[in-house]
Write a protein that binds this ligand. Structure first.
Ligand SMILES: N[C@@H](CCC(=O)N[C@@H](CS)C(=O)NCC(=O)O)C(=O)O
Length: 217
């Protein structure tokens, strides 16, 4: 099997990069990592060496380039079909795909007002227009997933799936901005934070030196 290479942005800020990175770690895939700090003078030219969209993450595998976090996870699910990337049960899988797609295409208010930041805490900040609605919807997604499908484990569908990888950046946003959560969401936040891979990502983020003022308060 050819080597897998994942091109990512800054670990402190790049929420899209975290998703496939975490999924690959959780499913035990070995991969080479290329980190391109974003929004520097040469970031765009460096990113475009790998990414047709000029954005990260990008997966390189043999002669193939896959860009976009969801496309990467779906490609990995097809390439490593013995691993359980999505829930086994069809109903649970449809639900998992729906909430993953909802995360992928939605929650603009949360994204804009509460940028991911692993190393700085901004308690109470970021509650701009529409953010509380996004937070409420995420709390309700986590509750419904775990209640309906999660009784075999701690994650949204019991075992870790792509859906958890997609909500992991939100976990970091909730921690950074000290968002008020219900008991179920607090528990889920702790479960995700306790993953070795998450700790590895956070520690690496803390060691990064780039500061992007547009993502700081
Ligand atoms: N929908 C894409 C979004 C990727 C994206 O927006 N990546 C940001 C970093 S987190 C980026 O590369 N920004 C650099 C730029 O826009 O120049 C995905 O899921 O991968």
């Amino acid at each position: 099997m050819a080597q897998l290479t994942l091109v990512i942005g800054n670990k402190n800020y790049s929420s899209w990069s975290l998703r496939p990175w975490l999924a690959m770690k959780q499913f035990g895939l070995e991969f080479h990592e290329i980190r391109i700090p974003l929004y520097g003078s040469d970031s765009s030219s460096k990113t475009r060496q790998y990414s047709p969209s000029g954005k990260v993450p990008v997966l390189l595998h043999d002669t193939l380039t896959v860009w976009d976090s969801l496309a990467i996870c779906e490609y990995l699910a097809e390439t490593f079909p013995t691993l359980q990337w999505w829930p086994k049960d069809k109903t649970a899988r449809a639900f998992a795909r729906s909430i993953t797609a909802e995360m992928h295409s939605g929650f603009q208010n949360l994204r804009q007002n509460m940028p991911m930041n692993c190393r700085t805490k901004y308690p109470g900040k970021g509650l701009g227009s529409g953010v509380q609605q996004d937070i409420d919807r995420i709390i309700s997604i986590w509750k419904e997933s775990r209640q309906k499908f999660g009784n075999t484990g701690n994650f949204l569908f019991g075992d870790f799936t792509i859906a958890d990888a997609f909500f992991a950046p939100v976990v970091l946003r909730f921690v950074a901005y000290d968002v008020q959560l219900d008991a179920n969401s607090r528990d889920y936040v702790e479960i995700i934070l306790a993953l070795n891979a998450m700790q590895e990502w956070i520690n690496a983020a803390k060691n990064e030196t780039e500061i992007l003022p547009q993502y700081e308060f």
